[in-house]
Design a protein around this ligand. Structure first.
Ligand code: FAD
Ligand code: NAI
Length: 475
């Protein structure tokens, strides 16, 4: 029986940082991860590195470069011959990035003195952990503390069951060997938009079926409206209030039936169908009888504000607990828990977690949407600045979108920042820092931004909140 100060179950972006920080804090740590790739290989990094954030961004970058070469190079005076692409080469590049990054995690765990164990972990009563290696051998570990970081898996849709070939989840959609001629996507959420964009840019006819009447309901609606306009222009056929009633594989094709906004039955024939209607916490086989750890009705492990499960020294972090399913949220929770275990101060500011959708234009926000601020009844002011008026954005041939700052009228505190435009995911970092320090719009106004940069748009939006923008007329 091996004894550890901390055993972490799950080696994704919530689990491996918890293990590394616990190791840095001088504790004896084991991290158990059971991830297996399609080819049977094992790897740390969880969904994010193997089948999520990293491979999707690799394909978004390749497809965006192809699209820009096709549609923007001419404006720069660059002449190209007939352009073509090689999906196999794109996939090979993506696989290479994933392999390097996941291999890097093994090195990081080693450097932090963490015992990396590959196989299944199951919490037993009394903070014992049963570890079953991939070859079936079992051992029981004892731990002073256990951190559960078992992540999430794609939700299935009864009316459109996955077959792994033609009706696939997001992982399957990252592995297509060729561009489907007609692609159906169920769910116009983050995955639907990112992966829909990848295959659209490479030539697929993409139809996105979204059950809700509002597009990107969780985002600021001014931003969502702008985004919808651009996506439609790019050829993403987004159909709102579309409720899928059946999807069947028939030979080489998938036949989809749905009811439209008017309640009429519609049908759609596609070559591939991606079902991306959200993810659910993965707690299958994680908790033995009698551990005392509670899960809620949706399967999330119940925790308090400090990620404690209520069972002495048992913690849970990342996608398997409440809050947004984002890698950076899980990472902060994992690190915070490892510090708490070591008796150090830790805090996760849930009010300042950025969201980014890596489409083109990119979409990013932090804090409250205008709709949310309005609902609180607090008086507020809004400043926006269009990238069309940014010299740098124009030079980049990327003048779409805007930056928007919402601040309180009473004390000028920044309540939310919403950006749609070039590099929005990078630009939002400044807003997150500002909100982390409870900055006012005036603080942003008085911060010098280099010229010409995209970040000037955020500066000007903050100025516009007080009708003091310089590079556009104030209304
Ligand atoms: P996971 O990454 O799911 O890792 C959990 C790990 O634990 C897995 O390796 C799993 O095999 C293992 N495990 C589970 N149970 C056990 C057990 N009992 N024993 C041993 N091991 C176990 N988020 C972003 O922030 N930015 C993005 O750009 C982004 N892009 C995404 C794109 C796609 C296509 C998808 C699907 C997701 C994306 N996400 C993104 C979400 C992000 O991947 C997740 O929020 C993140 O991976 C959650 O981290 P986690 O460690 O909680 O869980
Ligand atoms: P999501 O929650 O973002 O979107 C799911 C969409 O499907 C919603 O718009 C929902 O209304 C719709 N939907 C639900 N049931 C439906 C049905 N039966 N028919 C049609 N539409 C239906 O979930 P998604 O896209 O699967 O992503 C899962 C998680 O992964 C997200 O929570 C997100 O946080 C994370 N992620 C983050 C990324 C990023 O940070 N850039 C990228 C990709 C995923």
């Amino acid at each position: 029986m091996s004894e550890f100060d901390v055993v972490v179950i799950g080696g994704g972006p919530a689990g491996y940082p918890a293990a590394i920080r616990a190791g840095q804090n001088g504790l004896k740590v084991a991290c158990i991860d059971e991830w297996k790739n399609y080819d049977g290989s094992t790897a740390f990094g969880g969904t994010c590195l193997n089948a999520g954030c990293i491979p999707s961004k690799a394909l978004l970058e390749s497809s965006e470069l192809f699209h820009r070469a096709q549609s923007e190079f001419a404006a720069h005076g660059i002449k190209t011959g007939a352009l073509s692409f090689d999906v196999a080469a794109m996939q090979k590049r993506k696989a290479g990035i994933v392999k390097t990054m996941t291999g890097g995690i093994n090195q990081l765990l080693k450097a932090a003195g963490v015992t990396a164990l590959q196989g299944h972990g199951r919490l037993l009563p009394g903070r014992q952990v049963e570890f079953t290696a991939h070859d079936g051998t079992q051992q029981t570990l004892t731990a002073r503390h256990v951190v559960l970081a078992s992540g999430s898996t794609p939700m299935a849709l009864k009316s459109a069951p996955f077959d792994g070939q033609r009706i696939v989840d997001s992982w399957g959609a990252l592995e297509f060997a060729a561009v489907p001629k007609r692609l159906g996507v169920i769910g116009a959420g983050v995955i639907g938009l990112e992966l829909g964009s990848v295959w659209r840019r490479l030539g697929a006819d993409v139809v996105v079926l979204e059950a809700m009447p509002a597009f990107l309901g969780m985002a600021d609606q001014q931003l969502a409206k702008e985004a919808l306009k651009h996506f439609k222009k790019q050829g993403l056929d987004i159909r709102l209030e579309a409720k899928v009633t059946a999807a069947r594989v028939e030979g080489e094709l998938v036949q989809v039936e749905y009811t439209d906004a008017a309640g009429a039955t519609q049908s759609l024939t596609v070559d591939k169908l991606i079902v991306c209607i959200g993810r659910r916490p993965n707690t299958t086989g994680l908790l033995a009888e009698g551990t005392g750890v509670q899960v809620d009705e949706r399967g999330f492990i119940k925790v308090d504000d400090h990620c404690h499960t209520g069972v002495e020294n048992v913690w849970a972090v990342g996608d398997c607990v409440r809050g947004p399913m984002l890698a950076h949220k899980g990472k902060e929770e994992g690190v915070a828990v490892a510090d708490r275990i070591a008796g150090l101060y830790a805090h996760v500011n849930y009010a300042a977690i950025p969201s980014v959708i890596y489409t083109a234009p990119e979409i990013a926000w932090v804090g409250a949407t205008e709709e949310q601020v309005k609902a609180t009844g607090r008086a507020y002011k809004v400043g926006s600045f269009p990238f069309m008026a940014s010299g740098r954005a124009r030079a980049m041939e990327a003048g779409q979108g805007f930056a928007k700052v919402i601040a309180a009228k009473d004390d000028d505190q920044i309540l939310g920042v919403h950006i749609i435009g070039p590099m929005a995911g990078e630009l939002i970092g400044e807003a997150v820092l500002a909100m982390e320090y409870s900055a006012s719009a005036e603080d942003l106004q008085r911060t010098i931004h280099a010229h010409p940069t995209l970040s000037e748009a955020l500066h000007e939006a903050a100025l516009a909140a007080d009708k003091r923008a310089i590079d556009m007329p104030n209304r």
